[in-house]
Design a protein around this ligand. Structure first.
Ligand SMILES: [Zn+2]
Length: 400
């Protein structure tokens, strides 16, 4: 079903040239990957029992117990989200040879103990062992094993994600279950729910950074003196609206975030409206990155994700933000402005007009009432009743 959408359905296995590829790192179909892998791993001086385990595990997930594939998709999602996949080369004194150690870790925030538990459980279902969970100062750490790294290595490039800019492995497009598994993990790790204070509109967002190519870096460096926003951590932000159009175009074509592009493709397949946009450039001492934001702003889309089991609104925190930006306290999702409401009447419309005369524009009325401009319109047109809190504020504003 996904065939029409998938950019990979045409990409055939490098060896048999018939079946579609399961990975972009190793562009083979499952059968050929399993055939080719032992030789590759031997070349990496991998121990024989490790090779046997890797092959048996891949066979189990991809050929025998296909239901495990959506769990594996979830695992990949967590590694792309709050996880990491890296390797360290070291010299083995005992055998006098260079060896490579793979590190697969998952480090969610301290408030996400349940997600850490879940990551460990995924290991149990997929690999038959449970990794240890360590509480750290600022987060929780789940350390997987070296041998799992050999499996992950078939699907994701090792290294810092901002630099490697990985793609979602094509096997995830094999089924809706796989795609939903992946999205579930990524939204758990990286998804944030926002609500403008005084409105009922929810916004679900994921943001990710990608490093900017060298040539563009030089161009950005010349802008540093002009339109910079400093934040506390020695990081400079330049927002898109302060950048020259030429530079924006370059970033939007050459510095895309592959994961968000791929997620956007999946959301399109699931018929969920969303926007993917380049937001700003981040500059610190060692690196220049571009921030991309994918946002789902319509209730319908968020509800659909809830129905598909991708997100659970009851468990997600809602960050209530003031219009237009600074962060506020936390409110449960889908909550209306509390208290009684009054239907729109001629009197209320008059009050709105008076308030606008005072503060010059409808936008300023919205800011003064701490509601979204859209809601001011709805109150005036009678498509939404007015919360008493807002009504009292309006009276105060109009008679100032
Ligand atoms: Zn093949």
């Amino acid at each position: 079903m996904f065939e029409q959408f998938s950019p990979y359905h045409k990409t055939r296995c490098l060896l048999c040239r018939q079946k579609p590829i399961v990975s972009l790192v190793e562009p083979y179909c499952t059968e050929c990957l399993i055939k080719i892998l032992p030789r590759k791993l031997k070349h990496l001086r991998c121990r024989r029992d490790t090779i046997e385990w890797v092959i048996a595990t891949l066979t189990k997930i991809f050929l025998e117990r296909l239901k495990l594939q959506n769990l594996f998709s979830e695992l990949i999602g967590h590694i792309v989200g709050d996880g990491s996949f890296e390797f360290f080369d070291y010299y083995d004194e005992k055998y006098h040879m260079k060896r490579r150690y793979y590190s697969v870790r998952y480090t969610p925030g301290l408030d996400k103990a349940e997600d850490a538990r879940h990551f460990a459980n995924l290991h149990k279902s997929l690999f038959g062992f449970e990794p240890k969970i360590y509480p750290r100062a600022k987060n929780i750490e789940v350390c997987s094993r070296h041998r799992v790294g050999h499996i992950i290595h078939c699907f994701l490039p090792p290294g810092r994600k901002t630099v490697t800019n990985p793609r979602i492995p094509p096997f995830i497009y094999n089924s809706d279950d796989n795609m939903i598994g992946f999205l579930k993990a990524i939204f758990k790790d990286e998804g944030y729910l926002y609500q403008y204070e005084g409105t009922e509109d929810l916004n679900l967002e994921i943001d990710m950074n990608t490093s900017v190519p060298e040539r563009i870096k030089e161009e950005v460096a010349t802008l540093l003196n002009v339109d910079c926003h400093k934040n506390t951590k020695d990081m400079n932000y330049i927002y898109k609206h302060n950048l020259p159009i030429k530079l924006i175009k370059k970033i939007e074509t050459r510095s895309r975030c592959n994961v968000l592009d791929d997620i956007s493709r999946i959301l399109m397949h699931l018929e969920i409206d969303h926007i993917l946009r380049f937001e700003r450039i981040n500059i610190n001492k060692n690196s220049i990155t571009a921030t991309w934001i994918l946002s789902i702003g319509q209730k319908e889309g968020i509800r659909r994700l809830q129905r598909l089991g991708v997100i659970n609104l009851n468990e997600m925190k809602v960050n209530v933000v003031k219009y237009p930006s600074s962060k506020m306290g936390i409110r449960r999702p889908g909550m209306k402005i509390p208290g009684d409401r009054v239907p729109t009447s001629k009197d209320i419309v008059d009050l709105f007009e008076k308030a606008r005369d005072k503060v010059k524009s409808w936008k300023n009325v919205a800011i003064a009432l701490k509601v979204h401009p859209k809601m001011v319109y709805r109150y005036r047109k009678g498509t939404s009743s007015v919360p008493v809190i807002v009504y009292n504020e309006l009276k105060r504003l109009a008679t100032m």
